[in-house]
Ligand binder design. Structure first.
Ligand code: ADP
Length: 454
């Protein structure tokens, strides 16, 4: 069942129920009013008749017919019966006295206002004390033909009115819901036409600032984010292809040149060495990319183990110095914590080593003195490590981008690199619920700060 049908049905059901309650109330209240009025008239008639009966000392049939003929208040099938203290009929206006049970008569005699309904007949009982202090009970009954016919008419009007309004409500609900849902249908139509090819297109936002306009705006925000992700994905692929193509082109060139004519063994060896250098570069790049791709997929923190950060930093330093003996890495504590537990974090040692290695290597790589100094500090709920160098620094225009994959500052193009290391480092730190940020000044040096919670 679609929303339009559901809304219409709900709307119709609601209005129909309200109208039903209203119609029932009108019918019920009118019926009560009619009954009360009719019984009041019956009581008045009963009293008038019994007074007359007392005044004339008995009513003859002729007199009664005379009264009935001239009395405009005579009711349909009216009959009045007067009972004495022994429940004996002393007067009856009809041919056959109406037999009412003794209980009814006794209740009236005690002064209660008793009335009842039997079929169409309304019956009332009235107590009357005559001049001889005799307690008489007058029972009057009649059919409220006029009131009942009005009631029936009212019922027909209410039922017809209810049915007709129900039809109108269904129709109005259908039109109303279609109007209310038109923006939704519009959004569906527009969204259907958006695909990867035209992801730059946006939904039209209505003039009103209602929920549907907000939905369209939210969807447009999502499209913008997707477009950004798409274009960074595209540029990632083109950057990666470019970075891989360069060493391949160099290798092709070197191999083709060496094949061009016969070379000495030394020359071949030289070519092979150069080719191996290029292959190594490719391997490093491919490894970095694979790691980045792996970390962008959800990596579970389940296998994290307890690590001593200072040990990890010393091991990383040794690996770096082993590969680049002219690099100098200095590690110092701002204040050695009293408890060793304050140097322990939960993490993946291989990943953290990659991150620290990148930061140490960058510090040395981009400094003429190839020196980086690390400061370790255990704070309330995290460990803070800063990597400071007195290198070339990073310009303000480059700073916001250096964590993007493949981004390399112009001022550092002369140094070997692919621009993948910092993207990888940031992802690793985020995976450990940590943060990384950088301060730098051109020509003075840079400071990368990493915090990792315990
Ligand atoms: P790579 O070092 O391979 O180029 P990174 O992702 O590690 O890739 O770094 C991205 C860019 O950030 C570098 O190309 C460089 O321009 C800049 N950068 C990173 N670390 C430093 C640093 N310590 N000093 C100066 N520039 C840096």
């Amino acid at each position: 069942m679609n929303i339009r049908v559901r809304l219409t049905l709900l709307f119709a059901l609601l209005v129909a129920s309200i109208m039903l309650v209203f119609s029932f109330s009108v019918y019920y209240l009118y019926n009560q009013y009619r009954e009360q009025e009719f019984r009041k008239r019956l009581r008045d008639k009963a009293l008038t008749t019994v007074r007359l009966f007392e005044d004339v000392g008995g009513i003859t049939e002729e007199l009664l017919h005379d009264i009935s003929r001239n009395d405009l208040t005579t009711m349909y099938k009216e009959e009045i019966t007067v009972y004495d203290a022994h429940n004996q009929v002393v007067y009856d206006s009809g041919e056959e006295p109406y037999h009412i049970n003794a209980n009814f008569l006794n209740q009236v005699r005690q002064g209660k206002d008793v009335s009842l309904r039997e079929g169409d007949k309304e019956i009332v009982g009235v107590r009357y004390i005559d001049q001889k202090k005799q307690v008489l009970v007058v029972v009057a009954y009649a059919i409220d033909k006029y009131g009942i016919s009005i009631l029936e008419r009212l019922r027909t009007i209410l039922i017809t009115g209810w049915a007709v309004s129900l039809l109108m409500v269904v129709l109005a609900g259908w039109l109303f819901s279609s109007d209310a849902l038109r923006p939704v249908s519009d959004i569906i139509e527009q969204v259907k036409n958006i695909s990867a090819r035209n992801i730059h297109e946006r939904l039209k936002i209505g003039r009103q600032n209602d929920e549907l306009a907000q939905l369209a705006a939210t969807f447009n925000d999502l499209l913008s984010r997707l477009e950004d992700a798409f274009s960074s994905q595209k540029s990632f692929v083109s950057h990666a292809s470019h970075e891989l193509r360069t060493p391949l082109a160099i290798m092709m060139g070197q191999l083709e040149v060496s094949l061009f004519q016969k070379r000495t063994i030394d020359e071949y060896q030289e070519t092979i060495k150069e080719t191996i250098e290029e292959v190594k570069k490719m391997r490093d790049l491919v490894n970095g990319l694979l790691e980045l791709a792996r970390l962008n997929d959800e990596v579970s923190q389940n296998h994290f183990s307890e690590l001593r950060v200072d040990d990890l930093l010393w091991q990383t330093r040794d690996i770096l110095i082993h590969h680049c003996p002219d690099y100098d890495v200095q590690i110092k504590f701002e204040e050695f914590p009293e408890e060793e537990a304050l140097l322990q974090i939960k993490g993946d040692s291989a990943l953290l080593q990659t991150a620290f290695l990148n930061l140490m290597e960058n510090g040395c790589k981009y400094s003429p003195d190839h020196h980086v100094s690390l400061t370790l500090r255990a704070q309330e709920d995290h460990i803070r490590i800063s990597f400071s160098d007195r290198g070339v620094g990073i310009s303000d225009t480059d700073l916001p981008h250096i964590f993007e994959p493949f981004y390399r500052a112009n001022s550092t193009q002369y140094v070997k690199g692919y621009g993948v290391g910092l993207a990888l480092t940031r992802r690793i730190i985020e995976l450990h619920n940590g943060r990384i940020w950088v301060f730098s000044q051109m020509g003075l040096g840079s400071q990368f700060v990493v915090t990792i919670p315990f």
